[in-house]
Design a protein around this ligand. Structure first.
Ligand code: AMP
Ligand code: MG
Length: 407
């Protein structure tokens, strides 16, 4: 049978996004929802401030009683009571009197200004006022900050400390949000050892499971890093199925190319929903996607070369994770930049070139090899070259993905 031709990056991504559903929405306590995109428009159930209150420690007065106060014309008023924050026994102020009031305390009916201590003799039974406030001065009006019914935080907003403060201020203790996706990260390869353990002459450290788990966390997911399993189909299948109970998504690395020990392909080939094939991209050509287990957990099987693995994460896993979170846009946005150095690009394969981006100018960094982790770590961007572009020259305008950008 003829080898099926490669599928485009856009088509592969589209089928991933089309077949993954966002996770269910739950009421989450405010602090648990920090960092999550919320799944409702939150409207104000009450105004802020909820009632007229004092902005200063001083005396609540009727403005017309003190309008003439001045350094050379002190005004005397009897002090008929005192209101601290959280104390509202006194409901109305009679004309010609003053009430001592503390910051945040409700301003009594009949009072329409607060004279701060500093403009008075701080009297207890009587107060002497040496300066006139303006009408309404030092009174925080009910609703001046937030009106009842106003949208406070709109759906999709990733909740941060300031949103949490606002929601608590209007009395919300929880908010509807999707949970963080739980992502099982499993790497394959009999050559892999755990960092911290001893290396044999033919072994290398498992860097992918750490890198992918870190990328999951940066994307708002909860990584479960299983570590590496050897190239043995039965062992891989067992490790995988042990993990499914805690997975909203599984990401594997390695074992999907054309080698003799391509364990992921071998183990999952006969799973009805799995697709394995080539995507017209460089790096990252061999890919796999499907659903496994009774719960049909989505699985993306990435190639094992570290750079291929990382770029596959950025191009396919990150959008899938954001889709699970209901977080748009799914794909990392591209930006236009000017290229400092030219290079050639293979016909028919979309390229993702490691690069250094600064202020709309971009420079390719390092070599082409998919094993070059040192170069990857110094890059902060990927230049995305379309499949039909074969040569780029200095000064060309290109599209770049900024790897550390929040979006
Ligand atoms: P594979 O896709 O399994 O054929 O692996 C391709 C290359 O990537 C080989 O050189 C592997 O040794 C290397 N590799 C695979 N998995 C990892 C990993 N988890 N960490 C570091 N290198 C890996
Ligand atoms: Mg391998």
């Amino acid at each position: 049978m003829a080898e099926p031709g490669p599928i485009s990056v856009a088509d592969h991504l589209a089928r991933i996004l089309d077949s993954i559903e966002p996770l269910g929405v739950y009421d989450q306590s405010l602090l648990d929802a920090v960092g999550l995109p919320i799944a409702e428009d939150v409207t104000a159930p009450m105004p802020l401030p909820p009632f007229d209150n004092s902005a200063m420690d001083g005396y609540a007065v009727a403005f017309h009683d003190v309008a003439d106060a001045a350094e050379d014309h002190h005004i005397h008023l009897p002090v008929v009571g005192e209101i601290g924050a959280g104390q509202s026994r006194l409901v109305a102020l009679s004309p010609g009197t003053a009430v001592k009031i503390m910051t945040g305390a409700p301003v009594p009916h009949g009072a329409d200004a607060v004279v701060p201590y500093e403009w008075t003799d701080r009297g207890v039974a009587h107060v002497e006022i040496s300066r006139a406030p303006q009408l309404g001065q030092h009174v925080r009006r009910a609703g001046e900050d937030v009106e009842k019914g106003e949208v406070l935080v709109s759906e999709g907003t990733v909740l941060g400390p300031r949103h949490v403060g606002l929601l608590a201020a209007v009395g919300r203790s929880s908010v509807k949000a999707r949970p963080r996706p739980r992502v099982v990260v499993l790497s394959t390869g009999s050559e892999l050892r755990e960092p911290g353990d001893a290396l044999a002459p033919d072994s290398i450290y498992d860097s992918n499971s750490y890198m992918l788990a870190a990328a999951v966390r940066a994307a708002g997911g909860i990584p479960y890093r299983v570590g590496s399993v050897p190239d043995d189909a039965a062992g891989f299948t067992e490790a995988l199925h042990d993990q499914l109970v805690r997975a909203d998504l599984v990401v594997t690395s390695g074992g999907v190319s054309e080698g003799d020990y391509d364990v992921v392909k071998e183990a999952l080939r006969d799973t009805g929903t799995m697709w394995f094939g080539k995507v017209a991209m460089q790096p990252g050509k061999p890919q796999g996607f499907g659903f496994i287990g009774d719960d049909e957990v989505p699985i993306l099987t990435l190639p094992g070369n570290p750079v291929s693995s990382y770029i596959s994460f950025q191009v396919f896993v990150l959008p899938a994770l954001r889709r699970l979170q209901g977080r748009t846009p799914y794909e990392r946005p591209t930006r236009t930049a000017r290229l400092t150095h030219g290079f050639s690009s293979p016909e028919g394969r979309e390229q993702f070139v490691r690069a250094d981006y600064d202020a709309s100018v971009v420079t390719p960094v390092g070599g082409h090899g998919s094993h070059l982790l040192g170069d990857l770590a110094t890059a902060n961007a990927l230049i995305n070259v379309p499949a039909d572009v074969t040569s780029l020259t200095p000064g060309d305008s290109v599209q770049v993905l900024l790897l550390d950008e929040d979006f």
